[in-house]
Design a protein around this ligand. Structure first.
Ligand SMILES: Nc1ncnc2c1ncn2[C@@H]1O[C@H](COP(=O)(O)OP(=O)(O)OP(=O)(O)O)[C@@H](O)[C@H]1O
Length: 259
């Protein structure tokens, strides 16, 4: 796991009580405007260490914008982001990666001309010495059931294998928080079940926390500890999948039922 800064332990707590908190991520009044459009509307949001949180909401609700603010891809108009007890709002993306925040984007980011081994080398170079590279590559590929594909380029992989390789690349950075934007979009039922199993295993065995944007409510039901519903840039509601799924107001805004 990426080491947290030992000097921040005394300021780790970011909750109102001043108590040491198990929250790994906290946003305070996080706000993003594009011109006159509010994409993230003064959001207070928290994720616990090792929690698997799903973020759902209608198209344009602000889900991707919110994740991009956490990674540093976007700069907020106002508000703060605390990670592992420190205010990371001013930090550039690569420093957030070094602190343990890793992202798998919705759009494919695999290098088409590189093999699975060579693709993995890119994130691994930030973490391990060259003499450990082959061992760690094989470990990761085995964990993601891709060892037989080590010398294949992405074109030779199924869509499900490509998605797993991208998640492996995000995991290579040894995150404590992994952000996934629609990790099962376009996958078959079997491939979706494999990804669900994989995320649950990573969470259980490595204690990684997740924020997963997802439209597939069955997948959300399989993996989520808790669900946050975004609507028009604000948190509409949060809770267990059972609570969220049966909430008539959520069904109206998210599942498109008649008002
Ligand atoms: N770079 C940008 N410039 C201007 N407006 C943007 C930009 N990025 C997002 N928006 C707008 O912000 C709002 C939120 O968009 P966002 O992509 O975050 O929503 P989303 O919930 O992820 O949607 P989807 O489920 O369709 O991916 C939308 O109205 C979108 O048009």
């Amino acid at each position: 796991m990426a080491a947290s800064d030992p000097t921040v332990k005394t300021t780790r707590a970011v909750d109102e009580t001043g108590e040491r908190s198990s929250r790994i991520l906290q946003t305070r009044d996080l706000h993003k405007e594009f011109g006159g459009l509010t994409a993230t509307d003064t959001v207070d949001f928290a994720v616990e260490e090792g929690e698997l949180r799903c973020l759902i909401g209608p198209n344009g609700a602000g889900k991707s914008t919110f994740l991009n603010l956490i990674t540093g891809q976007l700069e907020p108009t106002a508000g703060s982001i605390y990670y592992d007890g420190i205010d990371i709002t001013p930090l550039p993306s690569h420093e957030r990666v070094d602190r343990g925040i890793s992202m798998k984007f919705q759009v494919p980011t695999l290098y088409e001309d590189l093999t699975a081994r060579q693709n993995l080398r890119i994130p691994l170079q930030r973490i391990v010495d060259a003499d450990e590279f082959e061992t760690r590559t094989r470990e990761l590929l085995a964990q993601f059931d891709l060892l037989a594909e080590i010398d294949e380029t992405p074109a030779a992989l199924s869509h499900g294998q490509q998605q797993r390789l991208e998640i492996a690349m995000a995991m290579a950075l040894e995150p404590t928080l992994m952000l996934l934007d629609e990790p099962v979009a376009g996958l078959s039922v079997e491939e979706t079940a494999e990804v669900a199993e994989l995320l649950r295993t990573i969470q259980a065995e490595e204690g990684v926390a997740f924020i997963v944007i997802e439209h597939d409510i069955d997948f959300v039901e399989t993996i989520a500890d808790r669900v946050t519903v975004l609507d028009q840039g604000s948190i509409f509601t949060e809770g267990t999948i059972e609570k969220v799924k049966t909430d008539p107001a959520v069904r109206r805004i998210y599942l498109g039922e008649e008002r």
